[in-house]
Design a protein around this ligand. Sequence first.
Ligand SMILES: [Zn+2]
Length: 174
Amino acid sequence: MESEKPLSLFCTVVAMDTTDYCYLVCSRCEKTLPNEYSSCKYCDPKFFNPGSSNSKRLYRILVSIASSEEVFVVVLFDRVARVLIGCSADEFFNFTMVNPSAAVTAGKLLEGKMFQMKLSKPKVNGNAQHLRAISVTPLCSDFSPAMKTLKELYRDGVSPLHQSQPSSSTHGNP
Ligand SMILES: [Zn+2]
């Protein structure tokens, strides 16, 4: 009987691996593609509009989390990762193309944030090696996804990592 209950726990994000956070899939059937120039083996090319992309990106983010007992790595796939990032993997990818430091900044924004996560164990014979987060609920009521903050931080086209002291905080409040 397959009745392994998902593990539910409260945890804090310790670190997020933003070097390799997404993978390419066919935009129609969502099977993995080796690169963006390859076409899907399973879909007829005539289903794709000429000139439009036949691939898209989905999240697969490794996140180190700390529970009350230990620190370990979980993997967040697309549906769950969107809760943290706040947009599609394609949109996030394009944003980091324009703002190369944004991926690292996104990781920093989420560090220390608390969540309730439901985790499922990797299948015994599969090649999955990490627990998989199947749901993520932010515990702080004013949580905002990374992308929302990133858009504010990078609004002026200036990387926040290169900005000096914010100048508006001491003056001008009515
Ligand atoms: Zn396909």
